[in-house]
Each structure stands twice: as structure tokens, then as C-alpha cells.
Design a protein around this ligand. Structure first.
Ligand SMILES: [Zn+2]
Length: 217
């Protein structure tokens, strides 16, 4: 019993470590995933590795081909476009709901996040991190748990986007920050229409930046 519990917890650990390696680009989309190599890398047995790969496969992050074995899933252009389409709808709805429900304190936190990001311009990895936190803060202020869990599931697919963060592209970080400021300004005055429009425009601009990075790579 104890052994299987330990195995389960190392399975969860293997899952987290694999997910992080994919998220940070250490294991890029298309990379082969060999059980034995991963077990050695994480210093665990192959069972938890297999379990973690199975979980990632169920979430669409790992592809398993009969003769090739497992690899990090790759999104084609159609899938990237579909992902941004859905993201535009969901982020737009989250911003609209946040404009209705955000408390004064939540709005202040969003304003502080925008102000802090101004000091991070030029540091793309830091901005990528704070961008995730900014959107999560809006998702929380939207007060809809179903929307929040759908956005969380979608976030998993976002780790498969080709290329580095769009915030590393010249001018994109400053543009993105101005877009965040527009979303927060609309939330501040409880203007749902403006908040949704600003959030949709932000995701469309991010999609365009993603396409540019992709074409250049
Ligand atoms: Zn953003």
C-alpha cells in the first residue's frame, strides 16, 4: 500500500516536472519522449513516468504514434487559429464579467499589476509570467467557476504554442501593456462592453504577433 502511494506521488511529481519542461520550452513541441530517458532524468522508476505521459496524452499535450512512440504534441496552423478564436471569446467574456463583479480592491490589484509591468519592459520571461497572473486575476474577478475552469484547461494547450513568448517580439511588450491598461480602465468604470472589446482586441493582437514569430522561425 505504502509503495503504491509513494509511486502515485512520484507520478504526480513526474507530471508536474514534465509539464514545466514543456511549458518552459525545454521539451519543445515535437520532441521525443522516451520513458527510460525521462525516468533517468527525474531519478524515478518508469511506472510514474508512464503514468505522467498517459495523463499528458489525455490532456492532448503528448501525442502517441504507433511506431514512433510518444512526443510533445505539435499544433498545426488550424489548431493555433482555433485556440486563439476560443481564447478571444473566453477572455472577452471574463473581462466583461470582471467589469460587472470586480471589487474595488481587485481593480486596484489589476492597476498595480499594469504599473509594475511598466518596470519589467525588456524582461520577456518576467512579463510572460506576470501576463499569466494578470489574466488569472481577471478570471477570478469574473466570478464564474465554469468559465475559470475552461480557461484553466485552455491554458494547458497554450503551452504548445510554437515559438517563444510573443512578449519577446520588438514593440509587442509595450503594445500588450497598453492593451492591459485599456482592459483595466474599462473594468474600473464597470463598462462591460468596453472591457470585452478591449480584451478581444488584446487576444487578436497576440495572435497576430504569434503568427509573425511563427513565420520568422
Ligand atoms: Zn495579456
Amino acid at each position: 500500500m505504502k509503495a503504491s502511494e509513494a509511486e502515485r506521488s512520484s507520478g504526480a511529481g513526474a507530471y508536474e516536472r514534465l509539464l514545466r519542461a514543456i511549458e518552459e520550452g525545454e521539451l519543445a513541441p515535437g520532441s521525443r519522449l522516451r520513458e527510460a530517458e525521462l525516468a533517468e532524468r527525474f531519478q524515478i522508476s518508469r511506472t510514474p513516468v508512464r503514468e505522467a505521459l498517459g495523463r499528458l496524452e489525455a490532456q492532448g499535450l503528448v501525442a502517441h504514434e504507433p511506431h514512433r512512440g510518444a512526443s510533445v504534441a505539435q499544433l498545426d496552423y488550424g489548431q493555433v487559429s482555433e485556440l486563439y478564436d476560443l481564447r478571444e471569446v473566453l477572455e472577452g467574456t471574463a473581462a466583461r464579467l470582471a467589469a460587472i463583479h470586480a471589487s474595488a480592491v481587485e481593480t486596484e490589484i489589476l492597476e498595480e499589476m499594469v504599473a509594475r509591468d511598466r518596470t519589467l519592459l525588456g524582461d520577456a520571461p518576467a512579463l510572460a509570467r506576470t501576463n499569466r497572473l494578470f489574466h488569472r486575476q481577471i478570471h477570478g474577478a469574473a466570478r464564474n467557476r465554469f468559465l475559470q475552469s475552461t480557461l484553466e484547461t485552455m491554458r494547458l494547450s497554450l503551452v504548445l504554442l510554437p515559438g517563444a513568448t510573443t512578449l519577446a517580439a520588438p514593440d509587442r511588450a509595450a503594445e500588450s501593456l497598453a492593451e492591459h491598461a485599456a482592459i483595466v480602465a474599462a473594468i474600473r468604470v464597470h463598462d462591460g462592453d468596453a472591457a470585452e472589446a478591449a480584451a478581444r482586441a488584446h487576444i487578436r493582437a497576440a495572435f497576430k504577433a504569434r503568427i509573425r514569430i511563427w513565420q520568422e522561425s
